[in-house]
Design a protein around this ligand. Structure first.
Ligand code: AMP
Length: 422
């Protein structure tokens, strides 16, 4: 039985048959404390920006992702967890959440503007490494029913505020515009001939990608040097997309979100139009610097079989964000730990209950055990204060011990919650 609060009882995989599947993780304390903080921070910021919670199934009809993510994408071609269920339907574990949220919006018959935030696991069959998992967690938002550039800027700002609040170092936004569909058709034709003329210098992977989707070749890390010379989508914008791109930048400047215009940034999924962006931090190695990203996808709703509804959104990778935070032990799960002298068992239980009701994070172990054992557990818990239920209790007080320096004071029972907060 795992005992004692805050104890590290995972000592590494003991037996191969107890390991989670390849590319997935069990997340326990102390790591899970960071997860709690990150997910709470996300709830907080997405609420502050006016996004309601939206929850969609973890699996969907395969066809939704084929149409919504795009058949030429890496995700659909190689990474989906697809199976036939007992009713002979082709089902896929969601590899991302945007297509599902747009489907849910259409299915609910919502008209006009709508803002939803999600949080949950996604599944992609990838080659696992640090920050690249087969089950990973994304938080994100979708703002549907408007093509105002102000909505793009707001989405970008939300992600930025969230990362900065978490303490991610060196957060910056890379920003681009992929243009409207008609700009894109002309641009892709130009890019295809440019790349085909240089096919001999491309990596074998990029040559394959060129056949299905020339724009995605711009993503190829192996061909970075050649690609830096290629025509960029943002250099071929029509009037509408160009004005929108300018407005997004003006609005980001106005609210103080720093960004860098990145002419060859394209995103891995097929559905982006106009704005595309990524968040990068400085503390991850180069392979996985992208902590999140997103963009505008005015054609997506139509593509998955609904009506035409513009939208913009972002998705952040929580596994990667947590890796970039580095620290795990700094997180404290408890405000106080309660220990009791002999015979004070029930009094201690009463105190614990009362403090919890007052909003204090508090725990104890079996208070009939020796004080020594209880103090040891208190120490391990990381709680800043240990409350000792002893003789002072009869006079309406407990002794409070500050764990950092051993300083002790008596505090009136009815004042403890306030005292702990101060
Ligand atoms: P995407 O949905 O591909 O636009 O990715 C958005 C964000 O999700 C990325 O920037 C990553 O932070 C995260 N992400 C995507 N794929 C994975 C993965 N296999 N493992 C961990 N995080 C991922």
């Amino acid at each position: 039985m795992p005992v004692a609060v805050g104890h590290r009882y995972h000592l590494g995989s003991m037996a191969p048959n107890l390991r989670p599947p390849k590319g997935t993780d069990d997340i326990l304390a102390p790591d899970s404390r960071v997860w709690r903080r990150v997910l709470r921070t996300w709830d907080d910021w997405s609420e502050r920006f006016g996004y309601d919670l939206v929850m969609t199934p973890i699996f969907e009809a395969t066809d939704l992702f084929e149409r919504g993510v795009g058949e030429s994408t890496e995700v659909v071609r190689k990474q989906m967890y697809t199976f036939t269920d007992r009713g002979e339907r082709s089902i896929t574990l969601r590899p991302e959440n945007t297509a599902s949220v747009v489907r849910a919006y259409l299915n609910a018959g919502i008209q006009g503007e709508w803002k939803g935030a999600y949080s949950g696991p996604q599944f992609r069959y990838e080659r696992p490494q640090g920050g690249r998992r087969r089950q990973f967690w994304q938080v994100g938002v979708e703002h549907l029913g408007t093509d105002r550039p102000g909505a793009d800027a707001e989405v970008i700002e939300l992600g930025y505020r969230f990362l900065v609040d978490l303490g991610v170092e060196g957060v910056s936004v890379q920003l681009n515009s992929l243009g409207d569909p008609e700009d894109r058709t002309a641009y892709v034709a130009e890019l295809r001939s440019w790349l085909e003329a240089r096919a001999a210098d491309l990596s074998p992977d990029a040559r394959e990608t060129l056949k299905v989707n020339p724009m995605r070749v711009l993503d190829s890390k192996a061909d970075a040097e050649l690609i830096s010379e290629a025509p960029a989508p943002s250099e071929r914008l029509g009037q509408g997309a160009s004005a929108a791109f300018d407005e997004v930048r003006t609005r980001l400047d106005a609210v103080g979100v720093p960004y860098e215009t990145t002419p060859r940034l394209v995103r891995g999924l097929d559905y982006y139009t106009r704005t595309a962006f990524e968040y990068v931090g400085t503390s991850l190695d180069t392979a996985q610097t992208a902590l999140g990203g997103g963009g505008r996808y005015d054609g997506l709703a139509d593509q998955i079989g609904g009506r035409s509804v513009p939208g913009v959104g972002l998705a952040m990778g929580i596994d990667r964000i947590i890796l970039s935070l580095g620290e795990t032990d700094a997180e404290v799960a408890l405000d106080a730990f309660v220990v009791a002298t002999a015979g004070r068992d029930i009094d201690a239980a009463g105190l614990v209950s009362r403090l919890r009701s007052a909003g204090v994070r508090v725990d104890s172990i079996d208070t009939s055990r020796s004080l020594k054992a209880q103090f040891k557990a208190a120490d391990r818990s990381g709680a800043a204060t240990t409350l000792v239920v002893g003789d002072e209790w009869d006079g309406g007080a407990v002794r409070a011990k500050r764990m950092a320096d051993g300083n002790e004071t008596d505090v009136r029972i009815e004042e403890i919650a306030t005292w702990l907060r101060s």
